[in-house]
Design a protein around this ligand. Structure first.
Ligand code: BG6
Length: 453
């Protein structure tokens, strides 16, 4: 197998891709022989590149020596289609068996996608119908609806849909995969999953990190396209979709697409930018790019009439946290002692993976007081070792030709339609500058009269 990373000097390589490939190697999941070709415009010798990668990846890598023998670095300007002839020669020189997979992973900014894809197709490195050659796109797929449509057209004119993998790594996270199981394998949830019983849903994805070295990409994208169009919308779709006729890939995606078709954004979109963003590398001094978004949306379906979904994401928050909180309506009750709290179901994605169900019970003692109680399930506590990282699972799925956890074109199309609408409104909305999480969260909480922290 040949696994090429275009844009290999970016953060994603050391943060996610190499660690995921390493774990797969350690677990004997990579087809042998394999090579990882790292392609970037910066000039490096392979040894120096490998050393730099090792210094950046976190954690223990006992088999690094053997694994890293398979990493190669190739300097190339991938915005120049002519340069692909040289790349083609370089990979032939690796003498890998002809029958092995060729996986091209585009970890570049989205505007390079069509250039790289077309050059691979023109040089017959990516060949229609040859299912061993596959192309993986990092998100966001496109910069808006028009560019996404153009990229997709280009691809589908020249290769099969089944050779295309549009990644959204949130879909590879354990607890996102768990949402459908929890919803549809349990009568207790399935039968109350609607506007009559649920008061609101909150989806939070907060990060303490700044944009770091990714300013060049991030400033064109902002939190709306970097997180909401993909990760948050995919999470929302899994929570809000109707029951599919069966739990197969096509039927599930059909239902997810309907969520985007029925999604309606309430007028209030809250945009924020962390203080100091303008001093980051590659950020224009007058940038109005948002690093925080608060969205209130409704899904106009029978199931969700008037139920608000709150989507909140931001960088430079006090901590990294990702979770979904489903709050149920008040029970009609006659208790006089102790006010019952609303039931809630919290699905924890990060840092802990777990589920907490809050309900009311009788407080111990002679009096009939109600008090809140919790059923707490920790997804990892009874498992030896770590659950597979999202990228590990998704790369393995590409190797095994399984696209069920990848986004289908119509899901992307549906989500861009909404994001384009929000982007058009953006210049009329204030951009709140925040120096800490509480400041911007307070604005959201006061605007929507909800509790987030
Ligand atoms: C990426 C975004 O897709 O997701 C990053 O581009 C963000 O800006 C990251 O930091 C968050 O993913 P995770 O898995 O670390 O929560």
């Amino acid at each position: 197998m040949l696994f090429t990373i275009f844009g290999a000097t970016g953060d994603l390589t050391t943060k996610k891709l190499i660690p995921a490939l390493y774990r797969l190697y350690e677990e004997d999941q990579l087809p042998e022989p394999f090579k990882i070709m790292c392609v970037g415009r910066r000039s490096y010798e392979t040894d120096a590149f490998v050393q730099e990668v090792r210094a950046k990846v976190d954690g223990a890598y006992p088999d690094w020596e053997a694994f890293s023998q398979n990493i190669h670095y190739y300097t190339m300007d991938f915005s120049d289609p002519e340069a692909f002839a040289g790349y083609g020669e370089e990979i032939s020189g690796l003498n890998l068996p002809k029958h092995g997979d060729r996986i091209y992973y585009l970890a570049t900014a989205p505007h390079y996608f069509p250039i790289i894809a077309k050059a691979l197709i023109d040089h017959r490195l990516l060949v229609k119908g040859d299912m061993r050659s596959k192309i993986v796109f990092e998100k966001p797929f496109g910069e808006d609806l028009d560019s996404a449509k153009a990229y997709n057209r280009l691809l589908l004119e020249s290769i099969e849909e089944s050779q295309v993998y549009r990644i959204d790594h949130y879909l590879g996270k354990e607890m996102l995969q768990n949402i459908l199981t929890v919803r549809f394998a349990n009568k207790i949830f399935e039968s109350i999953w609607d506007h009559e019983n649920i008061e609101s849903v909150k989806i939070l994805a907060l990060e303490s990190e700044t944009v770091k070295q990714r300013g060049g990409y991030y400033d064109r994208s902002g939190a709306l396209k970097d997180m909401v169009q993909n990760h948050l919308f995919q999470t929302l779709a899994l929570i809000a979709m109707d029951s599919p006729m069966g739990l197969n890939d096509t039927l599930i995606k059909n239902e997810k697409v309907k969520v985007f078709e029925h999604l309606h954004v309430a007028d209030e979109v809250i945009f924020g930018q962390y203080e100091g963003y303008l001093n980051e590398k590659d950020i224009p001094l007058d940038s109005r790019t948002e690093t925080f978004v608060g969205l209130k949306v409704f899904v106009n379906s029978q199931r969700w009439r008037n139920t608000p979904f709150y989507l909140v994401t931001g960088k430079k928050m006090s901590k990294k946290l990702a979770e979904i909180v489903v709050t149920f309506k008040n029970a009609s009750c006659f208790f006089e002692k102790g006010q019952p709290e609303k039931n809630s179901l919290k699905i924890e994605i990060y840092p802990r993976e777990g589920i907490i169900l809050q309900f009311n019970g009788k407080a111990p003692g002679l009096q009939a007081y109600t008090m809140p109680m919790k059923l707490d399930y920790c997804h990892m506590c009874n498992v030896v070792g770590n659950s597979a990282e999202a990228y590990e699972k998704l790369i393995l799925d590409v190797i095994h030709d399984d696209s069920s956890l990848f986004t289908r074109w119509d899901e992307i199309e549906g989500s861009w339609k909404i994001i384009d609408g929000i982007s058009r409104l953006k210049r009329f909305e204030p951009l709140y500058i925040y120096s800490k999480e509480e400041e911007i969260m307070k604005i959201v909480e006061e605007r929507w009269k909800i509790g987030l922290m």
